[in-house]
Design a binder for this molecule. Structure first.
Ligand code: ADP
Length: 268
């Protein structure tokens, strides 16, 4: 099993990604696809008069402030346009894709954070009306059933809390949890950069390989959004995934190239 996460930032080439996925599916490579949608969510939020807000946790991680209205917009974009446009691209290429959110069939379950401690303008604040959390359980039965019937699952946040509320979860970390549940051979994370850059945004400073034992040292190299990806990789390694690749989602055959070792290879 290979789990592929495609980002939601500008610059990714969804057509080239779909071409490569179709070729891999044709070659009978078992796959699960997970996607994001952050950039379009920001745009739509602006257009709907509810501009995006980002909060930084006390430990230094940035995440989207997800109040009720944000969650509605989030679902429109992630479960709507993003998910369905990827499903359509795959269907056009003869892949029988099924798009689901983490809420459907309780695919991704987790705890909703009761309160998040954030730092705003140098001051600490506690948010209690935020709908965020982390994937703790993956519905393997549902995914295995779909795969056995020949469908390609295309998954997107939100996940579902144990109480049944939609929760915003980080896509990279959800992908890591999914890869772990399947004991996947590899987790491929495609974004609009060639991988982890030593001196971001200098693309010639690509880090080619990070041994599993050294991952902690690379946490400081990643800034803002990349931090969560490195954290996802750390979690995937801890859960037994042998190889994680951060690779370029703007190029031809992005997944095959990542499998051949292009990008930042973490672990084996
Ligand atoms: P996606 O939406 O594709 O999942 P993100 O936008 O969340 O991806 O994360 C990738 C972004 O992280 C890059 O576009 C880049 O702006 C940022 N970044 C920060 N530090 C680094 C780094 N050291 N190497 C690569 N990218 C970095």
């Amino acid at each position: 099993m290979i789990v592929v996460k495609i980002g939601g930032s500008e610059g990714l080439n969804y057509d080239l990604i779909a071409d490569d996925l179709a070729a891999l599916v044709k070659a009978e490579q078992p796959l699960i696809l997970i996607h994001g949608g952050s950039s379009l969510t920001n745009k739509v939020s602006e257009q709907l008069g509810h501009p995006p807000e980002f909060v930084t946790s006390v430990s230094g991680y940035t995440s989207r402030r997800t109040d009720k209205r944000t969650m509605e917009i989030f679902q429109m974009v992630y479960c709507g346009q993003m998910n369905k446009s990827i499903v359509e691209r795959l269907q056009m290429r003869g892949v029988n894709a099924v798009g689901l959110s983490g809420m459907d069939g309780r695919l991704w379950e987790g705890t909703r954070k009761a309160a998040i401690k954030v730092v705003q303008n140098g001051r600490r604040r506690v948010l209690r009306d935020d709908y965020t959390g982390k994937v703790e359980k993956v519905n393997l039965t549902l995914l295995t059933g779909l795969l056995d019937m020949g469908y390609l699952p295309v998954l997107t946040p939100p996940a579902i809390s144990y109480e049944g509320e939609a929760i915003n979860v980080d896509g990279d970390r959800a992908a890591a949890a999914t890869a772990a549940a399947f004991n996947a051979e590899a987790l491929i994370i495609l974004s609009n950069v060639p991988g982890l850059l030593e001196k971001f945004p200098d693309e010639s400073s690509l880090i080619r390989h990070i041994p599993a034992k050294k991952i902690d040292q690379f946490m400081s190299v990643a800034q803002d959004r990349m931090k969560k990806k490195v954290m996802g990789a750390q979690e995937a390694l801890a859960q037994g995934i042998g190889r994680i690749v951060f690779a370029d989602g703007r190029v031809e055959n992005p997944i095959s190239r990542a499998l051949e070792g292009e990008g930042t290879v973490i672990g084996g």
